[in-house]
Design a protein around this ligand. Structure first.
Ligand SMILES: Cc1cc2nc3c(=O)[nH]c(=O)nc-3n(C[C@H](O)[C@H](O)[C@H](O)COP(=O)(O)OP(=O)(O)OC[C@H]3O[C@@H](n4cnc5c(N)ncnc54)[C@H](O)[C@@H]3O)c2cc1C
Length: 468
């Protein structure tokens, strides 16, 4: 059953514990730090629920559809349940969970990394301190009890449930940390520690249109003796399996294909901004600037091509299903992490100092005399003063504001640091295939025949090569 936005907002008024610094937030749908973005999430629910969008935004298999990223991870897992062997994995629980989030249109986010700099348990054990990394502290008849921290749940304040897991490899003895489960955002003992919300300190939507309602939030997840019933446990006591469930099923590929699509949408907006800013400054008439725009258009269409390639070259895996092409997906992911800041930098160059030519905020229009001067002197042949201000405020929220800075960090790290993504790419590559290309080519020619009889070292070389 598809939820409406109103129903989703009601589901967030559930007593969850969120802190911004020392301030406890009682209701995310009413608090200034979160209410606008909560309304954006609600609008997405409404868009899905609208019958006019059913065919494009939903696929009704027995009804329901939850927000895409983590739902895609779960979907990828359930199509290969044999990768979740008993007794440490619970495929039946996972299949039930898949149906639960699909049928009830549940918004799930995830926290699948140990906290940074707390990956060395000996440091804490030596000082008799609790190890900060989340782990099972107790098993009971009806479930497990977990305590500790996970980073970094994007969207958790607007979600219903948090998937706890490990997308990075654990050491074999980290059995208690291998817990993979879900918890509701209002679970007793769970607190969400929000980073600074971008909207705080912002004067109006006109001045900061993206921070105003698109800050999806990021929170540290802190559990203090949180009870998890067995039916919400998917892996426990198996360090290897805790990661394999993402990699040995289409899970990681499904979830990150969605990331590539999301990124492409963002690039389309960025390319539009490059063009509009160049128009606003009049630079779009300059051949060198047109060349830059052409380059940016090629960059944007590269990710489009990578997304389509993942679909067109899909893999028939597991049997009876198709999965996006894994190598192309990791190529896309790698490309995304490397190109976002470069693209932003091009937009920054196109903006020039225009972003700082604008008044501090829109209150300038409250004073008739200032408003008249602004309208007179800030207009250009390309646009009136207010339109220019609107555009440059939007551009600044993409290249320079607190909101923009968070996005630079996000696009570099959301799927793991670069070396992690490259390791995925390495793993999925059939090196034998590539080595063979070189070997076959080398086998097509040999040591010059005329030398074979004269070179005394040849027989030694042959002996060495057959010994290998
Ligand atoms: C805005 C934002 C949102 C996020 N949202 C989520 C989320 O929703 N859910 C979630 O689970 N996680 C989320 N993350 C966390 C993200 O997955 C991690 O930031 C990422 O995996 C990198 O881990 P780290 O931050 O601990 O950095 P580290 O692993 O500590 O790396 C820091 C730096 O050191 C380098 N480095 C470290 N070790 C090595 C090595 N062995 N070899 C080479 N270089 C190395 C890295 O390349 C990097 O430059 C989010 C992160 C950000 C920034």
């Amino acid at each position: 059953m598809l939820r409406t936005g109103k129903e989703h907002l009601e589901s967030l008024r559930d007593g969850r514990v969120i802190y911004i610094g020392s301030e406890r937030v009682d209701d995310v749908t009413g608090h200034a730090a979160f209410r606008n973005a909560a309304a954006t999430v609600a609008a997405l629910y409404d868009m899905k629920a609208d019958p006019a969008n059913r065919d494009t935004l939903t696929y009704e298999e027995e009804g329901g559809r939850s927000p895409d990223h983590v739902a895609s991870f779960v979907t990828g897992m359930v199509i290969k349940p044999d990768a979740l062997p008993a007794p440490c994995a619970h495929a039946d629980n996972l299949i039930r969970y898949y149906r639960h989030i699909r049928d009830n249109d549940v918004y799930v986010v995830y926290a699948v990394l140990p906290p940074q700099a707390a990956r060395n348990p000996e440091f804490y054990q030596r000082q008799n301190l609790p190890v900060p990394t989340l782990r099972v502290v107790r098993e009971e008849d009806d479930g497990v009890v977990i305590s500790g921290m996970k980073m970094l749940a994007t969207g958790a304040v607007y979600a219903n449930e948090i998937w706890i897991g490990n997308v990075l490899p654990l050491a074999p003895d980290q059995k208690k940390e291998s817990i993979t489960c879900t918890i509701p955002c209002n679970a007793p003992g769970l607190t969400l520690w929000s980073r600074k919300p971008a909207v705080l300190g912002v004067t109006s939507e006109f001045d900061s249109p993206l921070a105003w309602r698109y800050d999806e939030s990021d929170s540290m997840v802190l559990c203090d003796n949180v009870k998890v019933p067995w039916e919400k446990v998917f892996v426990h006591d198996d360090a290897l399996l805790a990661r394999d469930i993402y990699i040995k099923t289409p899970s990681h590929c499904f979830g990150n294909h969605q990331s590539n699509v999301r990124y492409w949408s963002k690039m389309r907006l960025l390319l539009g901004l490059c063009s509009k800013v160049a128009q606003a400054t009049g630079a779009d008439q300059v051949p060198a600037v047109r060349e830059t725009l052409g380059k940016m258009a090629a960059v944007e269409s590269t990710i489009g091509g990578l997304v389509h390639g993942q679909i067109n070259a899909c893999e028939h895996w597991p049997e009876g299903y198709v999965c996006f092409n894994r190598r192309f997906m990791y190529a896309g992911l790698e490309w995304c992490t490397q190109n976002y800041s470069k693209f932003i930098d091009e937009l920054r160059e196109l903006c020039g100092g225009g972003v700082f030519q604008m008044p501090a905020d829109i209150s300038v229009m409250d004073d008739p005399d200032l408003a008249r001067q602004f309208a007179t002197f800030w207009q250009t042949p390309q646009a009136d003063a207010l339109t220019r201000m609107k555009l440059f405020k939007l551009a600044w929220d993409m290249v320079g504001s607190e909101f923009a800075g968070r996005h630079l960090q996000y696009e570099k790290f959301y799927a793991g640091a670069s070396f992690i993504i490259r390791n995925h790419s390495y793993r999925e590559t059939d090196w034998g295939e590539f080595n063979k290309l070189v070997e076959d080519l080398m086998a097509s020619y040999d040591y010059p025949v005329e030398r074979q009889t004269t070179d005394a070292g040849l027989s030694v070389l042959r002996r060495q090569s057959s010994a290998r």
